[in-house]
Structure formats: structure tokens, C-alpha cells
Design a protein around this ligand. Structure first.
Ligand code: ZN
Length: 92
């Protein structure tokens, strides 16, 4: 006991990880981990942080729905229509 530190220096001080990793491609994003979610670019609630390329890219499988829209649209069919509209707009 007490000698366990020998030879276990790898990967310690290098892993600062200041930036969030993209949930899609696992690359480091431009978003600091300390940035509040309200001020983040490419952050999808319930999913996580995406990098610029994935957020704008064609392989994007996530859409963002403003929670305000859910609250402001009591009619489910109407809400569904709006969500679908956002979906198609994301595919443009
Ligand atoms: Zn990415």
C-alpha cells in the first residue's frame, strides 16, 4: 500500500475538457461546459450539445421545439401540425 501511484500518470492532467462534446459526432464543440444552456448555440433540450456542423448539417435528426409553442397550442392536432412544419423546415 502507498506505492500505487507509480506508473499511473497517463491521461491525468490533459483531460481538462473545457468544451462540450457533440452528441452526434462526439467532436469537441465550441461551447464551454460552463455556458448556461439558455445561451448555447446548438443545444437541444433533452438531447444535449451539438457541434455547428451537426446542428446545421444534413444528417441532423433532431429538431428543436420551443416549449412556449407547446404551452401556447392547447390543441394537439394543431401542435402536431406545427411540429411537422418545423420538421420540414429543418429539412430544407
Ligand atoms: Zn457534431
Amino acid at each position: 500500500m502507498g506505492q500505487q501511484n507509480l506508473g499511473h500518470d497517463m491521461g491525468g492532467s490533459y483531460e481538462h475538457e473545457l468544451y462540450e462534446k457533440c452528441i452526434m459526432c462526439n467532436k469537441e464543440t465550441e461551447t464551454l461546459k460552463t455556458t448556461h444552456v439558455d445561451f448555447r448555440y446548438g443545444y437541444v433540450e433533452g438531447a444535449g450539445q451539438m457541434c455547428r456542423e451537426c446542428y446545421l448539417g444534413e444528417n441532423r435528426n433532431l429538431i428543436t421545439i420551443n416549449s412556449r409553442m407547446v404551452l401556447d397550442t392547447p390543441n394537439n392536432a394543431e401542435l402536431g401540425e406545427k411540429v411537422r412544419q418545423i420538421y420540414w423546415e429543418s429539412k430544407k
